[in-house]
Design a protein around this ligand. Sequence first.
Ligand code: BJW
Ligand code: ZN
Length: 222
Amino acid sequence: MLTGAGISAESGVPTFRGADGLWKNHRATDLATPQAFAADPELVWEFYNWRRGLIGKVTFNAAHQALVTLEERVPAFTLITQNVDGLHLLAGSRNVLEIHGNLWKVRCTRCGRIRLDRNPDMGRRPVCEECGGLLRPHVVWFGESLDPDLLGRAVEAARISQVMLVIGTSAVVQPAASLALEAKAAGARVAEINLEPTGQSGTMDYALHGKAGEIVPRLVEP
Ligand code: BJW
Ligand code: ZN
């Protein structure tokens, strides 16, 4: 399975692209860059603190829950998510690959130490307890490499899958978007679940258009 921001939209988490991808007149995708952080770490932290505050108050929805049910039924199940909100883990999914990181983890830009911190507000310039270096969110920004181990496991899962549901992603960000094509090329049946058609709809075996919270539970009904 491959999920994107659309699966969390009905939980109240804004997506990246489209009308709700705006924060204080900044495009969310412009702030998710190493360049933005280098130029103005306080602005980028303000954006992530806002998201921490928001995501800390919401919970998983029927689509996240349906994927938990599916994992209980399917012997080899891997959930590849581009989302950093942690809602799949909160719902109870087990084999989750968070290929773009996790909003609740921070990483020191000096010593590289990673730690979990669920504080909804990290302040304007949070620093590492060990070395005093500036902390950053442990997420993958544009132009940064994905964790090679996680990506390798995601590619392998795509290649051996028989069915891949591609839920709530605009399918424009690489290398995540290519995982569905990888699965398809290796013989899987692929189905897109999205509010609207995407650039990948044409290569899908099934394209189901509507809300993830309504469609995904119906797909896993016995
Ligand atoms: C609903 C719904 C409902 C709404 N029900 N549906 C090859 C070709 C071209 C470019 C590249 C390439 N390889 C690499 C690149 C560059 C770049 C890239 O892909 N750019 C493209 C935009 C062109 N990729 C990278 O830089 C990646 N790194 C990399 O490849 O490293 C190697 C390298 C290094 C240097 C140079 C080149 C290569 C890293 C990408 C990291 C992405 N990071 C972000 C931020 C994460 C942290 C954070 O969250 O703060 O990840 S950006 C943002 O986009 C976030 C998301 O995970 C990601 C994908 O977005 P997603 O999930 O698809 O959300 P939306 O908003 O786009 O779509 C929501 C969808 O849901 C819509 O379709 C709605 O219709 C739908 N929806 N409500 C169902 N209720
Ligand atoms: Zn440090």
